[in-house]
Design a protein around this ligand. Sequence first.
Ligand code: ASP
Length: 322
Amino acid sequence: MKKLLIIHTGGTIAMSEDPETGAVKPNPANPLHNVLKAVDDIELMAEDFLNVPSPHMTPAHMVHLAKRIDKRVMEEKIDGVVVTHGTDTLEETAYMLDLILETEIPVVVTGAMRSSNELGSDGPYNLYSSIRAAASSEARNKGVLVVLNDEIHTAKNVTKTHTSNIATFQSPQYGPIGIVSKRGIHFHHHPVTAPRFVVPSVQKKVLLLKAAAGMEAELIEAICSTPLDGLIIEAFGQGNLPPATIDAFKSLIDRGVPIVLVSRCFNGVVQDVYGYEGGGRQLKELGMIFTNGLNGQKARLKLMVALEKTSDRERLQEIFNQ
Ligand code: ASP
């Protein structure tokens, strides 16, 4: 019989709605423990690691979670892990695990859009599907997976796309890599996986900014006067920025602060295509680092992790090409 570890961190999946006020709040006792009793062909162990709404999660929590998973997997015979999590930052925790976990056993992250006592609550079903996915031998070597609403996504590509719909998790451009059906777990794509980075902690301060038409240079100038180790800028389209901001970005680069360029578009990659002022060619010449399709919040985590290994710009660019 397969043996799985379920690690709870909180989120709506573990919350209940107050029938009087309608407020959705954390529970003192985790309602998900009852769901586990319904699985009889897989041995399950559960750990309440955290009980927080996911907007309270930090990169430090994510690293502790990764270390906890690696420790348990090293000490016990475990075939797969399921992490339950709030959906707001689920993609970030899943991606951080994908970057730094040492274990190669299947790790699946799941959550819910409706709390445990709401009509049509999706938590128990998502947890059950995730358990089955994590127990599948085919889930190995595919990186950390995210399973909700009958779909299996990679941590790298998945993102929350809707504030309340249960079909919120999508992988723009690539789609899910598998589905969950009544009869089993079916993978229809094999993702390209990237090398992992073993880091003891993440200490670097990396900020995330989004470009907007006519973006004020003052914002970047204000950032220039604060201590920071790196910056992610969500640029326009293929990777272009308003000309008024360029001098301020240049002074950050001159100070040795790596700037990683991602796109506000959720499909495609950034490239040095445009030759006008603020266009991708100028940004490349300035020394900005181009990404290969990661969104801003995931590029921030990747830069935090990469900076624990190197601050060399060429090496950082190689890491962001992977
Ligand atoms: N705000 C909640 C959280 O992220 C939403 C959810 O769990 O789906 O914890």
